[in-house]
Design a protein around this ligand. Structure first.
Ligand SMILES: Cc1ncc(COP(=O)(O)O)c(C=O)c1O
Length: 390
């Protein structure tokens, strides 16, 4: 996005203004929340040709257009669809590009419900599903088969934060003609733009940082020019559009995402560095720490880090993990992340086939919210003390 005189603008300026033009709606700075099914046509000829911008509520409204244009500006994509959850943002593109008899390669450290969708519905539809080591890099080329249609990536990996060499994977996969997809929820387009690194389809659980307030479920899928038509066609075929209030809330969240992410990043790094020094902590799994095995890739490709990472306790098992979690007073015990509040969850790795890691103790995932970092530190200190005596 450029300013009026075509000067390039900073990311927070983009976030504040991308999407809608206030002059299109009487100067109000926010777009209207259009609740719509029916759209009227002025005459039969226009109706026959569907020759007007909006034709039916499932196919876009001024509200959805405002959000999708803003996401396109951030992702550098040709088009974006908005779906009712982050999980739908995973399943819709997989359905768009896979058919019976195709082979799908998925990173083994993928978000668990993505794995569940592949293992159940895609298998039932006749797709051959294979998991690969997230650290495979250009070695993905050796796993490609003549029928490999999609290579699915997620970096860093869910819960254990393995960094994938996305440019190398994309190059090798595309040399064999596969479509490359990435779940980029962790970084948001502010800290990594998948399409600039050879990915065809960028997926976001916009439930997390874009919406940002733990009150909206929503997903976005952005495609490059070559893949936009197929993605859009499937979206229209499935009819899985989002409600206007959720779409509006997500654009509202996007306006402040830059400043929120900056705070999530700083607090998470402060706590991650501090946790590395604590005697009860064996490892901190955060790609922006030099101790992380994927740090070099993170530094090469990403321009920032968000607010979620994991810690590994020194020894122990379920009892120590529960003692840690039960001692927390500010961190809530709950799923999801990217909201204003801190959360903790125990990590289960029983679904993994190769990215199992060798963790000495329980793995706990921390979502660092917008609270004062000293308060969060004190909360974690109590939790570590409780785990130590459990
Ligand atoms: C990496 C990742 N992708 C997708 C999703 C799914 O998002 P939603 O909860 O909106 O379905 C999540 C949710 O935790 C996630 O962590």
């Amino acid at each position: 996005m450029a300013g009026r005189d075509d000067t390039p603008q900073g990311i927070n300026t983009k976030l504040a203004h991308a999407g809608n033009d206030p002059r299109d709606f009487f100067g109000f700075v926010n777009p209207p929340v259009v609740h719509a099914s029916t759209v009227l046509f002025p005459d039969a000829a226009t109706m026959a040709e569907r020759n007007q911008k909006y034709t039916y509520g499932t196919r876009g409204t001024p509200t959805t257009d405002a959000l999708t244009s803003a996401i396109d500006a951030l992702e550098g994509s040709a088009g974006t669809i908005v779906v009712p959850s982050g999980l739908a943002a995973v399943t819709v593109p997989l359905l768009a590009f896979l058919s019976s008899g195709d082979h799908l390669l998925i990173t083994d450290s993928v978000y668990h419900p993505t794995r569940n969708f592949a293992d159940t519905m895609l298998e039932r539809l006749g797709v051959e599903v294979e998991y690969y080591d997230p650290l495979v890099g250009a070695g993905i080329g050796r796993l490609m088969k003549p029928n490999t249609k999609v290579v699915f990536t997620e970096s860093p990996g869910s819960n254990t934060f393995e960094m994938q060499d996305i440019p190398a994977i994309a190059q090798a996969a595309k040399a064999s003609g596969a479509v490359v997809m990435m779940d980029n929820t962790w970084a948001t387009p502010l800290y990594f733009r998948p399409l600039d690194h050879g990915v065809d389809i960028s997926i976001h659980a916009a439930t997390k940082y874009p919406a940002g307030h733990s009150d909206v479920l929503i997903g976005t899928v952005s495609a490059n020019q070559a893949h936009w038509e197929t993605l859009c066609e499937t979206f229209n075929t499935l009819g899985c559009c989002s409600g206007p209030d959720d779409v509006y809330q997500t654009l509202r969240g996007l306006r402040t995402m830059g400043v929120r992410l900056q705070r999530h990043q700083e607090s998470a790094l402060t706590l991650a560095r501090w946790l590395e020094e604590q005697p009860g902590v064996a490892r901190v799994l955060h790609p922006a720490l030099p101790s992380h095995p994927g740090h070099a890739i993170w530094k090469r490709d990403f321009s920032g880090s968000s607010g979620i990472f994991s810690i590994v306790l020194v020894g122990g098992g379920v009892r120590q993990a529960h003692a840690f979690l039960d001692a927390l007073k500010i961190f809530g015990l709950g799923y999801s992340w990217g909201g204003f509040e801190s959360l903790a969850v125990p990590v289960r790795l029983t679904d993994r086939t190769m990215a199992t890691g060798q963790y000495d103790g329980p793995v706990l995932r921390l979502q660092i919210g917008l609270e004062d970092v000293d308060d969060l530190k004190a909360d974690l200190e109590c939790a570590l003390a409780a785990a130590a005596v459990a």
